[in-house]
Design a protein around this ligand. Structure first.
Ligand code: ADP
Length: 601
C-alpha cells in the first residue's frame, strides 16, 4: 500500500509517499523556512520558492506539485503526524470533523504543535479529497503508562479539571526502535525490558516493559525531562515563580525562555546543535563542555531510574540525530553502567556508522548482559505502516461477514429420472424455500443405494435440473462405498453413479455422485466488496462459537441470482463445530483478514 505521510511542523513540512511493504520512498517533498520564505524541494531537486510566507501559502503551492508528481503512485491514504492526542487517542484514527475538533481542542496542551498539525490536515484534505486521512499521535504509544507514572503530585481537582497528567511524546519513534531492537537481537519484544533514548532536537527517554511504555520523560507537554536543543527539560518549578517575580515575565515570555532559549543553547550560550557544541567543547569552550556534561548526565540519571522502575533492563537503544550519530554522547552515557550489566565496547561504539542498509548496530560486548544498540529511527515509515494497518482494518470491518450454511446430503434430479422414480406426470412439491433465490427443499425424498450401504431418505432439492447430481460428504462416501470426486456443482462428468429408488421405480444413474467443493455464493456487488471474481479460490476463517477453523480452497461463485452464503458439507460443519449464525471471513494464509486470493486457471 502506498501512503502519503505528512509531518507538518512549526517551521518545516516533511512529506513522503512510502510503499509500506518494502519501505521504499517513492516520492519526497520538503518545505523549509515556512515562516520566512518557503522553499519547496521534491526528491532532492531544485528549490522552488514560494512568494508568500506561512503554512497555508506554502502548502497551496506545494500540494498541486505533489499531486502532479505522484499521478501514477496510487496513494491509498494520507497519514498525518499529530503531536498531542490527549486522553482520547491511544491508536491511529481516521480523521473526520469530530476528530478535527478534538485535535483542535487539544491545542491548549500542545500550542506549538497541534494547531499546525491541524492546519496541515485541513489543507491536505482540500487537495487529496478521495482518500482517507488518518491521524497518528505522538502520545498514543505512552497511553499504557500506569497511573503512578502518569500522575503529577498536584491536587486531584486541578488535575482532572485541566486533564493535567503525563502524556509523553515521540511515541512513534520509541515504539519503532524498540521493535527494531527486539528484531535485531532475534527476540520477542514481549520478553524484553527496553530503555529507548530518542536524542534529537527534542529529546525523550522511555521505559518499555514487555512491549508497553511504562515511563517516559516528556510529560503533559514536550518540555519535561531531558535537556534538549533549546528546551530546559526538568526544572525546579520554584524557579519559574521565582523568575516571574524577579523578572516580571508573562506566561508567554516564560514559555519562550523555557522552550526556545534553554537546553543546550541556554547552557552553551552559543548553539543548540550538538555538532557545534562538540566542536566548541573540543576547542576549549567551557560552557559547551558543561552543556554536554549536563546533557549526558541527565540521560544517565534517567537510565538508572528506568532500570529501577522496570526492575532491570535488557536493552538500551539510542536513536535520533544525536543518539544515532554521536559516539561521544553514547560513550558518556554508557560508561560505568557495568553495575547494571551494560558494558560498552568502545571500538564498536566509535566505528559504527548507521545507514539505510545498516540501520541498527550493537555497541556492547558479547558478554554484556544488557545490549546496547544504536538504531536509525524511521517515524515516517512507522506512521505509514500504522496508517496502512488502519486502512486495511477499516476495509475489513466494512466487509460483511459471510453467513455459513451446512449442506446436508441432497440430490438434484432431472425430469426424466424424477418421473421414473415418482411416476409419469409427477411434480416436485415445495417443503421449504432455501436461502438461494428460487431454490427449495422438496417434500419428496429418494433412497440412495451404494455398493456397501444405503440412505433411506435423501431430500430432493428443487427445481428439477438438466442433470442428476447427488451431493454427499466424505463420511457418506465411505458409508455408501462410493469414491466420489470433489467437484463444483454442475461438473458431474466422469463421476460415479449409484442406484436410486422412489415410490414408483428404481433407476441406475450412470454418473452424478460428487462431494461438493466448498464454495461461496455471492452477487457481482458482493464480489466487488470482497475483491474477488467468479471462480477465484480463497481461504475462509469460520468464526464459530465453538471452534474457529480456516478452510483453504474455497471456490467463489458469482451470479446476480445468488445470495451471499458459504456452503460446506456436514463433515466440514462438524469439524468447525458450527452452530447457528456462524459466519466466515476471507483471510490470508497467516490468518490475517484479507481480501482476495489466488485465481483459478
Ligand atoms: P529532530 O528532533 O529535529 O528530528 P534530529 O533527530 O535530526 O532532530 O537531531 C538533530 C540533532 O542531532 C542536532 O543536535 C544535531 O547536531 C545532532 N547531530 C546530527 N549529527 C550528529 C553528529 N554526527 N554528532 C553529534 N550530533 C549530531
Amino acid at each position: 500500500m502506498n501512503i502519503l505521510v505528512i509531518n507538518c511542523g512549526s517551521s518545516s513540512v516533511k512529506s513522503e509517499i512510502i510503499d509500506t511493504i518494502t519501505g521504499e520512498r517513492l516520492l519526497e517533498m520538503n518545505i523549509q523556512r515556512v515562516n520566512e520564505s518557503p522553499e519547496i524541494q521534491i526528491d532532492g531537486g531544485e528549490l522552488i520558492s514560494c512568494k508568500k510566507t506561512g503554512h497555508k501559502a506554502a502548502l497551496d503551492k506545494a500540494f498541486p506539485l505533489l499531486i502532479e508528481k505522484s499521478r501514477d503512485l496510487n496513494i491509498s491514504a494520507v497519514g498525518h503526524r499529530v503531536a498531542h492526542g490527549g486522553k482520547d487517542f491511544d491508536e491511529p484514527i481516521e480523521i473526520n470533523d469530530e476528530i478535527e475538533n478534538i485535535i483542535d481542542n487539544l491545542s491548549s496542551l500542545a500550542p506549538l504543535h497541534n494547531p499546525i498539525n491541524l492546519l496541515g490536515i485541513r489543507k491536505a484534505k482540500e487537495y487529496f479529497k478521495e482518500i482517507p486521512h488518518l491521524a497518528v499521535f505522538d502520545t498514543a504509544f505512552h497511553s499504557t503508562l500506569p497511573r503512578r507514572a502518569k500522575t503529577y503530585a498536584i491536587s486531584n481537582e486541578l488535575a482532572s479539571k485541566y486533564d493535567i497528567q503525563r502524556y509523553g511524546f515521540h511515541g512513534t519513534s520509541h515504539e519503532y526502535v524498540a521493535k527494531e531492537a527486539a528484531k535485531f537481537f532475534h527476540t520477542d519484544i514481549q520478553e524484553q525490558r527496553i530503555i529507548t533514548c530518542h536524542l534529537g532536537n527534542g529529546c525523550s527517554i522511555a521505559a518499555i516493559e514487555y512491549g508497553r511504555s511504562v515511563e517516559t520523560s516528556m510529560g503533559m507537554t514536550p518540555l519535561e525531562g531531558l535537556a534538549m536543543g533549546t528546551r530546559s527539560g526538568d526544572i525546579d518549578p520554584g524557579i519559574l515563580t521565582f523568575l516571574m517575580k524577579k523578572e516580571g515575565w508573562s506566561p508567554e515570555e516564560l514559555d519562550q525562555i523555557l522552550n526556545k532559549k534553554s537546553g543546550l543553547l541556554g547552557i552553551s550560550g552559543s548553539s543548540n546543535d550538538m555538532r557545534d557544541i562538540i566542536q566548541r567543547a573540543g576547542n576549549g569552550d567551557d560552557n559547551a563542555r558543561l552543556a554536554i556534561q549536563v546533557f549526558a548526565h541527565r540521560i544517565r540519571k534517567y537510565i538508572g531510574a528506568y532500570a529501577a522502575v522496570m526492575g532491570g533492563v535488557d536493552m538500551i537503544v539510542f536513536t535520533g540525530g544525536i543518539g544515532e550519530n554521536s559516539p561521544m554522547i553514547r560513550h558518556r552515557v554508557c560508561q560505568r553502567l557495568d553495575f547494571l550489566g551494560a558494558i560498552i565496547n568502545d571500538d564498536k561504539n566509535h566505528d559504527l556508522k548507521l545507514s539505510k542498509t545498516q540501520p541498527n548496530a550493537e555497541f556492547s560486548w558479547n558478554h554484556s548482559k544488557v545490549k546496547l544498540l544504536a538504531c536509525k529511527t524511521d517515524e515516517q515509515l512507522s506512521i505509514a505502516r500504522q496508517s496502512a494497518k488502519l486502512v486495511e482494518k477499516t476495509k475489513v470491518n466494512s466487509i460483511p461477514p459471510i453467513p455459513v450454511a451446512i449442506s446436508a446430503r441432497h440430490i438434484h434430479l432431472c425430469k426424466e429420472t424424477f418421473e421414473e422414480l415418482f411416476g409419469k406426470g409427477a411434480t416436485l412439491t415445495e417443503k421449504k424455500s432455501l436461502s438461494q433465490p428460487g431454490q427449495f427443499a422438496a417434500n419428496e425424498t429418494v433412497k440412495v443405494i451404494g455398493p456397501k450401504n444405503s440412505f433411506e431418505t435423501v431430500r430432493i432439492l428443487g427445481p428439477l435440473r438438466s442433470k442428476n447430481q447427488l451431493e454427499i460428504s466424505r463420511t457418506d462416501e465411505f458409508f455408501l462405498g462410493i469414491d466420489a470426486p470433489i467437484r463444483e456443482s454442475g461438473k458431474t462428468g466422469n463421476s460415479p453413479g449409484c442406484i436410486l429408488e422412489g415410490p414408483k421405480g428404481k433407476v441406475q444413474i450412470r454418473d452424478g455422485v460428487i462431494c461438493a467443493w466448498r464454495h461461496i455464493h455471492m452477487t457481482p456487488q458482493d464480489a466487488e466488496i470482497f475483491g474477488v471474481k467468479d471462480r477465484d479460490v480463497v481461504d475462509v476463517k469460520i468464526n464459530s462459537k465453538e471452534r474457529s477453523l480456516t478452510f483453504g480452497n474455497v471456490l467463489i461463485r458469482v451470479s446476480p441470482k445468488y445470495k451471499l452464503e458459504m456452503h460446506i458439507d456436514t463433515d466440514e460443519g462438524n469439524a468447525a463445530e458450527i452452530s447457528r449464525g456462524a459466519t466466515g471471513a476471507l483471510v490470508d494464509t497467516d490468518g490475517e483478514a484479507r481480501l482476495t486470493k489466488k485465481k483459478l486457471r
